[in-house]
Write a protein that binds this ligand. Structure first.
Ligand SMILES: [Zn+2]
Ligand SMILES: [Zn+2]
Length: 245
């Protein structure tokens, strides 16, 4: 448990650090290429891979993202597998069966691969919340994950309250159905932002945004709104999980 929890509006928000490491050579590019429009100097970019556990006052548990998965994950070509989500959950005193809701910010291999294992949902009692647009666009291994979820899949369109006090907000661009999660002052932002340089300048593009125009527009709009309320970002890939805007 490398990162401490915070409590907001009576909900404990615990970062689960699934992995730490550089992006693998298969997709790594110079930083100035990955973040076009930035003034980043070249240096090693060490990513953290964070999921988040929400525990409300009634003990209800929501997991946001499921990490990079096992050694055979589709993320294995570029991310430091296997992920340690199971150990992080155990350290937080939680078993997979206790999770009531899983929110998948999007279907990329470092966020969704831990959702299923051996052809079955890992979180056997959970509803898995995904945007319909994301489910519709899923291909290859991500399509298989969606199929494995079967009746546990809870597809939503746009903004929705998915557990008491826990909302998802549609934030497309990185992928067609990318969403962020909100609880109290905290915004769990998935891949809305990849690198701190995009907080200073949301117009900085990320090479692996599916639709860079839409992603930049969404990033600017969402970050402006979050700044206005002095929200706390809970990021997937920064080395410090929480950033107060
Ligand atoms: Zn971390
Ligand atoms: Zn990611």
């Amino acid at each position: 448990m490398p990162h401490p929890s915070i409590i907001v509006s009576g909900v404990e928000v615990t970062p689960l650090c699934d992995a730490v490491g550089p992006m693998g050579a298969a997709i790594r590019r110079p930083l100035a290429e990955m973040f076009a429009g930035s003034v980043l100097q070249e240096e090693p970019w060490v990513l953290h891979f964070h999921c988040y556990l929400l525990r409300d006052a009634a003990g209800r548990l929501t997991l946001v993202d499921t990490g990079i998965g096992g050694a055979d994950s589709p993320a294995a070509s570029w991310a430091p597998v296997p992920g340690t989500l199971a150990g992080e959950l155990a350290a937080a005193g939680v078993t997979p069966a206790e999770i009531g809701t899983v929110i998948l910010t999007h279907l990329h291999s470092d966020h969704a691969s831990g959702a299923v294992a051996d052809g079955r949902p890992v979180f056997e009692n959970a509803r898995y919340v995904l945007q319909q647009a994301e489910a519709d666009a899923a291909e290859g291994p991500m399509r298989e994950i969606v199929s494995c979820l079967k009746s546990q899949l809870h597809a939503v369109e746009g903004d929705a309250e998915v557990a008491p006090g826990v909302h998802v907000r549609f934030a497309p661009g990185h992928t067609p159905g990318h969403q962020i999660a909100r609880v109290g002052d905290v915004a769990i932002t998935g891949d809305l932002v990849l690198h701190p340089v995009q907080l200073a300048d949301p117009s900085v593009r990320y090479l692996y945004d599916d639709d860079q125009e839409t992603a930049a527009r969404t990033r600017a709009e969402v970050l402006a709104a979050l700044k206005a309320e002095r929200a706390i970002l809970a990021t997937a890939h920064f080395s410090e999980p929480f950033v107060r805007l």
